[in-house]
Write a protein that binds this ligand. Structure first.
Ligand code: KG4
Ligand code: ZN
Length: 388
């Protein structure tokens, strides 16, 4: 079957079409179309995501991205049969807060045949509620126009699936699984005892790790989002030797799997404020900051592994693009010597995207087994939690 996935939880607009077959655990899939628009350039100026601007950008980009994904999947058949007035009215009502989006969608529907899509899945949380709603309402409109089931998907479950984007990996998954989810909005340790069975065993008490990266990057004059830049700079620092700076490792020894990054961020601020840092000093800040983050993440993961004896360790989220972190996780497992396999996101899937949502959505589709939720009951939930 073909599933259309939509992601608008933060500042990436994603539309993907996946061909998925098989059952849970013996799933096969192929990306037929994948289009992604990053709003980084829009938010760069402000050093962070402005929800209302993000919302507008999602609304502007969804139809062009859908058109591109359908085109890539070779699913565009031109047909000038216009949508009925009644359907137009229903779509306009569903998208009453995004009038231009409604217009653009109706224009597209007037041009093309119903494509060979069997279900639609959309991120309904967690994330920024105003931006989530754009995706959810758009998905509802499409599901109505094409008379398809609509499957709500959890963004964090998507990040987990980004590391399972391989048929062999899915088939070989052994539970329990511990997932370290590290992104701009979340830092969580999650235990999966089976498919769809989640327990959040630790999370940040304040800033997410990616958020701390972005804020520290800003303090030393690096562009938003900054995680990648700090990562790069830290390498240059390491090549030179020891960092001149020393930052704390918050909650390193706390007797739990929780995190805190706001104190670390403040410690950096305290040491860099009112200073005109040289390039070399910036490298030292980046190096020490990254060392502190990696040390804390590894320590807490170790705690989770000790307590839950997983067969599989998985990392997901934008920060999983950090090779030093994934390298340290692998080294940690190698040193333990027990046979825990490490799964990391497939190339290009660590940051937000619709492909991971498509795979997570397909699993939810299988789980629903025909008992789909009423699309009208689907709501955006910025605080959605995997264990609820
Ligand atoms: O998962 P994601 O794309 O969006 C959210 O769901 O939040 O994560 C984005 C975060 C940003 O904070 C970004 O700075 C961070 O991931 N990031 C990195 C790296 N690449 C992206 N952090 C550290 N090292 C990286 N290489
Ligand atoms: Zn994310």
């Amino acid at each position: 079957m073909n599933i259309l996935a939509i992601e608008t939880s933060c500042d990436e607009t994603g539309v993907a079409i996946l061909q998925c077959d098989g059952e849970i655990g013996s799933t096969s899939f192929k990306i037929l179309g994948n289009s992604l628009f990053s709003q980084i350039e829009i938010h760069k100026e402000y050093g962070g995501v402005f929800p209302m601007m993000a919302k507008r950008a999602h609304a502007e980009n969804l139809v062009p991205l859908l058109r591109a994904a359908l085109g890539e999947a070779e699913m565009i058949q031109l047909n000038d049969e216009r949508v009925s007035d009644e359907l137009s009215r229903e779509l306009e009502e569903l998208l009453s807060r995004e009038k231009d989006l409604a217009g653009a969608l109706i224009e597209l529907l007037n041009e093309i045949d119903v494509p060979k899509i069997d279900a639609i899945t959309v991120t309904h949380g967690p994330g920024l509620e105003p931006t989530l709603w754009v995706g959810v309402n758009f998905a509802k409109a499409l599901a109505k126009a094409w008379n398809l089931p609509l499957i709500p998907a959890d963004h964090m479950e998507g990040h987990i699936f980004s590391a399972l984007f391989d048929e062999q990996k899915i088939a070989s998954i052994q539970f329990p699984l511990v997932a370290l989810l590290a992104s701009g909005g979340h830092t969580q340790l999650v235990v999966m005892s089976d498919w769809f069975s989640y327990e959040i065993i630790g999370e940040t008490l304040d800033d997410a790790v990616g958020e701390a990266y972005d804020k520290v990057a800003r303090m030393i004059g690096l562009p938003y989002p900054g995680g990648k830049e700090i990562d790069e700079l830290s390498k240059a620092g390491r090549e030179k030797g020891e960092s001149l700076f020393s930052f704390p490792r918050p909650m390193l020894h706390s007797n739990d799997c929780n995190f805190s990054f706001s104190g670390l961020k403040t410690a950096v601020l305290y040491q860099v404020k009112d200073r005109d840092l040289s390039e070399s000093e910036k490298e030292d800040v980046a190096q020490e900051f990254q060392d502190a983050v990696v040390e804390v993440l590894i320590k807490k993961t170790e705690r989770a592994v000790d307590e839950f004896s997983p067969q599989t360790l998985l990392i997901g989220g934008g920060v999983a693009a950090n090779k030093e972190l994934t390298g340290a996780l692998q080294k940690f497992l190698d040193n333990r010597g027990d046979e825990i396999s490490l799964l990391t996101p497939a190339k290009g899937l660590s940051g937000d995207n619709a492909v991971m949502i498509g795979l997570a959505g397909y699993f939810r589709y299988l789980k629903a087994n025909g008992a789909y939720v009423d699309p009208d009951s689907i709501v955006a939930n910025g605080n959605l939690r995997l264990d609820k």
